[in-house]
Design a protein around this ligand. Structure first.
Ligand code: AMP
Length: 218
């Protein structure tokens, strides 16, 4: 699942993985966890995330290999925010060739840069469960600091400030955009309009994946 920050790729990846009964693999989530550790590595990751930079490919490769080795990944995986550069796409190609696995589809959830800023600055997530996500204008919690579902504290991601978002957007436009052409020529790219509601996008992703599954099984 590709998409600019705030495109909803996290939300949609979780839903799609649940629906397909496959693993959801998000380097961003694992890295946010790692960045909370008060260690040399933890502090280094925290700095890169706050600066909106990509973390080194060696670490990403390790995370991806580790998640593919888990039992629940054997039936399939939805990658959320990976790959993010042509180099990572080549790494994934090599990993899958070695494992005799293949990519069935690459979704790109498309939104404008204006939507990115609007969505990101109002985004709040629950400290207890990242799946409990809100937006102060579009999906407001009853209390702006408390999760409606579990009562956990709502926080803003450290990399969701306007400054970090502008940097993440720049990294997306320079590093990740070339992937669209890379996967388009392979016939794997499927572009989805991300300016609609979560439900509408989820519905379209389900229909598209059902069609792809049918085509593979036929
Ligand atoms: P995300 O949760 O996907 O928005 O990712 C948050 C941050 O984690 C990104 O801005 C990067 O700093 C880092 N990150 C996530 N995925 C990758 C990746 N595939 N390669 C390098 N850095 C990543």
């Amino acid at each position: 699942m590709l998409g600019k920050p705030g495109s909803g790729k996290g939300t949609q990846s979780v839903r799609l993985a649940e629906k397909l009964h496959v693993a959801h693999v998000s380097p961003g989530l694992v890295l946010r966890d790692m960045s909370e550790h008060d260690s040399f590595v933890g502090r280094g990751i925290k700095q890169l995330l706050q600066d909106g930079q990509l973390v080194p490919d060696g670490l990403i490769l390790w995370l991806i290999n580790d998640s593919l080795a888990q039992e629940h990944a054997k039936d399939g995986v939805v990658f959320d925010g990976f790959p993010r550069s042509l180099e990572q796409a080549e790494l994934l190609h090599q990993i899958f060739a070695d494992l005799e696995r293949e990519i069935n589809v690459v979704f790109d959830i498309k939104i404008s840069d204006e939507t990115v800023i609007k969505r990101i600055t109002g985004r709040r997530v629950c400290e207890r469960d990242y799946k409990h996500a809100y937006h102060l204008d579009f999906h407001p919690p009853k209390d702006s600091e408390i999760c409606d579902i579990c009562g956990g504290r709502l926080t803003q991601r450290a990399d969701d400030t306007e400054e970090s978002v502008n940097k993440r957007l720049h990294v997306y436009n320079t590093e990740t955009t070339p992937l669209l052409e890379y996967y388009r020529v392979q016939g794997l790219l499927c572009e989805v309009d991300g300016e609609r509601s979560i439900e509408e996008i989820a519905q379209e992703l389900e229909t598209l994946t059902d069609n792809i599954k049918d085509a593979i099984e036929a």
